[in-house]
Design a protein around this ligand. Sequence first.
Ligand SMILES: *[C@@H]1O[C@H](CO)[C@@H](O)[C@H](O)[C@H]1NC(C)=O
Ligand SMILES: *[C@@H]1O[C@H](CO)[C@@H](O)[C@H](O)[C@H]1NC(C)=O
Ligand SMILES: *[C@@H]1O[C@H](CO)[C@@H](O)[C@H](O)[C@H]1NC(C)=O
Ligand SMILES: *[C@@H]1O[C@H](CO)[C@@H](O)[C@H](O)[C@H]1NC(C)=O
Ligand SMILES: *[C@@H]1O[C@H](CO)[C@@H](O)[C@H](O)[C@H]1NC(C)=O
Ligand SMILES: *[C@@H]1O[C@H](CO)[C@@H](O)[C@H](O)[C@H]1NC(C)=O
Length: 517
Amino acid sequence: MMRATPLIPLSAILHFVLIHLIVVSPSRAVCGSYSSFSRVAHDPLSDGPLRLPYMRPPEECRTFNSSSVESVISNITTRMKDKDLARLFENTFPNTLDTTIKWFDENLTFVVTGDIDAEWLRDSSNQFKAYLPLVGKDLALRNLTRGVINLQARYITMYPYCNAFQPPPESGLQPQCCSGDVGASISPPDDMKFVWTCGYELDSLLSFLQLSRLYYEYSKDESLFTYDDHLWFKAVEAIFEVLKEQSTSTFDSTGRVISYYNISGPNQGYMRNAGRGPPKRNIGMVGTTYRPSDDVVIFPYNIPHQAMLVVEMNGLRSLLRKIGARPDLQFLAQRRARIVESAIWKYGIVNHPDWGEVFAYEVDGYGGAVIQDDANVPSLIALPYIGFVPNTDPLYHNTRRMLLSSDGNPYFASGPVIRGIGGPHIDEAHPWPMGLISEVITGDDEKEILEILEMLKNTTSGLGLIHESVHTHNSRDYTRSWFAWANSYFSEAILYLAKEMPYLLFEDGKPFQLEDL
Ligand SMILES: *[C@@H]1O[C@H](CO)[C@@H](O)[C@H](O)[C@H]1NC(C)=O
Ligand SMILES: *[C@@H]1O[C@H](CO)[C@@H](O)[C@H](O)[C@H]1NC(C)=O
Ligand SMILES: *[C@@H]1O[C@H](CO)[C@@H](O)[C@H](O)[C@H]1NC(C)=O
Ligand SMILES: *[C@@H]1O[C@H](CO)[C@@H](O)[C@H](O)[C@H]1NC(C)=O
Ligand SMILES: *[C@@H]1O[C@H](CO)[C@@H](O)[C@H](O)[C@H]1NC(C)=O
Ligand SMILES: *[C@@H]1O[C@H](CO)[C@@H](O)[C@H](O)[C@H]1NC(C)=O
């Protein structure tokens, strides 16, 4: 039985009052942890039937303010027909600037993934992609973006095999302890002051090249290349070294195992062959140890990685030509693009008994191939978004048909709540909104695009942000309430539609381009 209140000591009541006061005080409580903030719905609610909450932190808690980003939000949301979709855009587009810029100065920017307090090369590049068209005119945002690339260049130069990093010493922030996975190529091996985790993922390096290329395209800012004694070029050289090492066969000509990278730590158990991963034969492709989901590969030649490699090597070559730099690197980039591209056409395609010719997800050069997709970008479904093939390409079309069928793709799951591509990172019953976003950006069927937007809106668990994964049969069963890359990617899809199919979104049907702002 509950006793009467007088038995509760006064100190406990005071304690309760204090806690309560702290919790309801908007700025303090919220600035403390967006992780908690993102798990609870906040007012005001949208005018649409879903009544989606407003999930931007209070102004004084935002980690970066950008007037051009505010103008985009206001232009897009005032014109959108669907008020719930508008709210989702309003919450997601600024999410990286609002919540993840942990520290910056005039040269360096440290940006965390969201709920994981470290900087991933891949995530940080993708988190900024939606803002890039604005850096032509918005100089503060330009500086912030250049700072992301400068810091990535430093990390890559120091630890080209690692994927996630600690804050730079200049920030005065304490390194957080880490995943415990140590790649053998870390030197010294235990240098967790800089490294958060050392999974070797080819696309992490490529995402640095992609961000650099797009940054230059929109800003024409060459100071990126001279900063810190031409650090950017040192990072590019380090990348070429990795490409060379990871394109060799596992066995040398005398039959000995060559190991440039292996992992020890909690994930080593998943990684066969003393942490070195599955063997590969040199067929011109470049191996990776992890997928974009941070899961270990089944076979080392991940085809979406190869496709991105071809695009970014060609992109690097034309970037270097434009700035008139390093003919030697231009030559290497062009040669690498050619070799990998012809290897994709020769070894990356499978003649499937049910589906005909399709892209494999991973191969090993011995004839082994994995048929599936994994929702993180780069993925097979996103090949046109990566820039490798147009969405009208017949081979892509055929592959897409297979990937979007539960008969064709073991990681396509479907239920009353959500259907789409997922991956083993969570499990086979949790499709990823990011996979659906890729469908939107690469799709041409308007009816299907509108259906997917409905699904994305419906599966935020009422929280108005994009989750990592959602269960097919239970909308409350989701992972990651604060996943900045997924938020940025969703807003990229909306901006893509605003430009290419504005009549789907806007009352007035007029297109919107960030560059025009
Ligand atoms: C953003 O602007 C608000 C006031 O509008 C201010 O309180 C906050 O400190 C600013 N944030 C940054 C990172 O400058
Ligand atoms: C939105 O931007 C477009 C240009 O892209 C401009 O024509 C239009 O007037 C703007 N609308 C609003 C409501 O700001
Ligand atoms: C951007 O950086 C440049 C070079 O460091 C500096 O001169 C300029 O004042 C900065 N501009 C803004 C708006 O931060
Ligand atoms: C930023 O970089 C410039 C050029 O390399 C340098 O002169 C300046 O001192 C740096 N600023 C800080 C805060 O480190
Ligand atoms: C792991 O890689 C390092 C560095 O390349 C190498 O020296 C070492 O022999 C490798 N270890 C194993 C078990 O393969
Ligand atoms: C979204 O939710 C609404 C309301 O609960 C429902 O009517 C609609 O069928 C759902 N749409 C999809 C695509 O799940």
